[in-house]
Design a protein around this ligand. Sequence first.
Ligand SMILES: Nc1ncnc2c1ncn2[C@@H]1O[C@H](COP(=O)(O)OP(=O)(O)OP(=O)(O)O)[C@@H](O)[C@H]1O
Length: 334
Amino acid sequence: MIEVSGLTKEYKIALRKPGLTGAIQALFKREHQIKQAVQDVSFSIRKGEMVGYLGANGAGKSTTIKMLSGILTPTSGKVEVNGIVPYQNREQNAKGIGAVFGQRTQLFWDIPVRESYDLLRHIYEVPEDDYRESLALFTEVLDLGPLLSIPVRQLSLGQKMRCELAAAFLHRPAVVYLDEPTIGLDVAVKQKIRTFIKEMNKREETTVILTTHDMGDIEELCKRIIIIDEGKVLYDGDLQQIKERFGQKRVVHFELENKAGFAVPASLRDRVEIVPKADGEAEASNTVSLSFSSRDLSAADVIQAVLSVHSVRDLTIADPKIETIVKEIYERGV
Ligand SMILES: Nc1ncnc2c1ncn2[C@@H]1O[C@H](COP(=O)(O)OP(=O)(O)OP(=O)(O)O)[C@@H](O)[C@H]1O
């Protein structure tokens, strides 16, 4: 259904020195910097799969989705969706996909929602009967009844998102891209939206790619996740596995007065590991990093034990890796 291989996108960013001199110089000589937003990404997604596409801010999620949906042309690599190269056959591609992109709307701002749907029906050439059937179903699951006669600009965020979602599925696309479909919504609306996505997936075997920072969405909808970081695929596989594999790891970095005599305190032995130095980190640095499972220990236990036997100048609890973040959000909620 979706085949992506070696997908890469570079943005060329114009550099300009500050001030008037910079502006004048830029007129004559433009300097550029290349930003590798997506690097050599490959995956394939089967019909009917619902996949969470995850990563920190700026990881390259939107850039990937834009290439999949035909908005952007890749710098290199291949994309095929439904047997179509999206950026080469935009019109044909558009008929087979639906999308909800965060804050952007595909509904017409000043006219009642129902009329927007009617226009979309004509644009996508949806047969009248199918349209009526879909609208009845969507109205029921997403509780759209009272909203259909209201212009979009008068809707609340949650109401608008429900209407957007219905619009994305109206022409029964084979693939739907959802970018943060539940952001900023209350629990009840989130639940409606998740139920709707699940229902559509079940009924129509719609393939769904979902980017979200809300692990509740992922947990409820996706068996498989793809995590990207700095444009590269970090993990592609089963959600359950990632929970077991990375979930409990935490790291505390200690900057010691003197690393030479460092030994793991007896009370922590067998429960923490010394993290090997990262590439490029000075051998002489006085930093020792201990990783441990949050199932066995808390960061406070580790810090206390080290402080009781070593002189510590500074310490940081590491920014968890994206995998760990995924799990952290799991445990604590959003
Ligand atoms: N039009 C653009 N021109 C230049 N750089 C861009 C452009 N769009 C995105 N980038 C850069 O490419 C990288 C990936 O951006 P992208 O929007 O794909 O990330 P993202 O994972 O969707 O992030 P977020 O979760 O914040 O939406 C970022 O470093 C971003 O600054």
